[in-house]
Design a protein around this ligand. Structure first.
Ligand SMILES: Nc1nc2c(ncn2[C@@H]2O[C@H](COP(=O)(O)OP(=O)(O)OP(=O)(O)O)[C@@H](O)[C@H]2O)c(=O)[nH]1
Ligand SMILES: [Mg+2]
Ligand SMILES: [Zn+2]
Length: 276
């Protein structure tokens, strides 16, 4: 039996990467009857006749982009054009943490950076709370892809495709294209493709125009703020939401600056958004 990973789907052609090569296969009719949709990211078995006949259980599956077995998401955040938004950054972190996937941060367009001190504070804060932080000034991020499935996510125009091209010149992904398509009000494509990069698979995605937290509870939002977790034991109330409660350790740390103010403000905003 042949085994491989679906890396691309175009209508009913499934491109499968094996250790040796890429093979285009069809899917067994039974999947359609069972309402199982093979996804990019799926580990599958296929016959010598190039028909997929088994899909291995998925570790997880994302809807947007439509990809399974994701190990980590690189949040691509430009420092300017579009402006650095800790609101978007924190929102993506919440969504990724909620899906039990590892968020990694990569800041781009460092050449357009204006407020270096502010940027350096932001960068070191996210490192301090435990996230891996990279920039597009070098290719250090290449080392995190080995044996993993990584998805690039971020605002349209943040430089996701450009960064991938920088990391491997052979990729030659078109840049700017999707932003223009969005400008004309076209649908962003749901097609994703996994590229070989740094000994693993990486997916580029079209930028999003809106993200919502509707499906996430207030509790899960709170628990996605990693630095709040260990502080809760020092709050007066064991189930403290760090909002209206008295004697709250999180609020104390915001006041003295050990918690980044923007992080806390974004937390409050997200809580309000899910209450609506
Ligand atoms: N000055 C500067 N421009 C950059 C940098 N990275 C990307 N750009 C430009 O920013 C624009 C958008 O880059 P893309 O790579 O297409 O952005 P994207 O995140 O893939 O955008 P979508 O595909 O629409 O989601 C392009 O015109 C790039 O040339 C950078 O580091 N510095
Ligand atoms: Mg792009
Ligand atoms: Zn508290």
């Amino acid at each position: 039996m042949n085994k491989g990973r679906i890396v691309k789907i175009v209508s009913d052609d499934y491109t499968i990467a094996t250790a040796k090569e890429r093979i285009v296969c069809k899917a067994k009719g039974i999947f359609r009857l069972q309402k199982i949709t093979p996804m990019v990211g799926d580990l599958v078995e296929f016959s010598d006749e190039k028909v997929i006949n088994k899909i291995y259980p998925r570790k997880n599956q994302l809807q947007r982009p439509f990809v399974s077995n994701v190990d980590q998401v690189v949040i691509v955040m430009s420092t300017n054009h579009p402006k650095l938004s800790t609101y978007l950054l924190d929102k993506l972190i919440v969504i990724i943490e909620y899906n039990r996937i590892i968020p990694v941060i990569c800041f781009t367009k460092i050449d357009l950076l204006t407020n270096k001190t502010l940027f350096s504070n932001i960068k070191s804060y996210y490192k301090k709370i435990g996230y891996q932080v990279f920039t597009n000034e070098n290719n250090d991020i290449l080392k995190i892809f080995t044996n993993k499935i990584t998805v690039f996510a971020g605002q349209t125009g943040a430089g996701k495709s450009s960064l991938l091209n920088q990391l491997d010149k052979r990729l030659q992904i078109k840049t700017d294209e999707i932003s223009k398509a969005l400008g004309r009000g076209k649908h962003t494509t749901r097609h994703v493709e996994l590229y070989d990069l740094g000994g693993g698979f990486v997916a580029d995605t079209p930028g999003f125009s809106a993200l919502d937290l509707q499906a996430i509870s207030k509790e899960s939002i709170r628990d996605s703020f990693v630095e709040f977790k260990e502080l809760r034991q020092h709050c007066q109330y064991r189930n403290c939401f760090h909002i209206h409660e008295e004697d709250c350790q999180v609020k104390k740390e915001v006041a003295v600056g050990t918690i980044l103010k923007s992080r806390y403000q974004n937390y409050l905003k997200f809580c309000e958004e899910v209450l609506k």
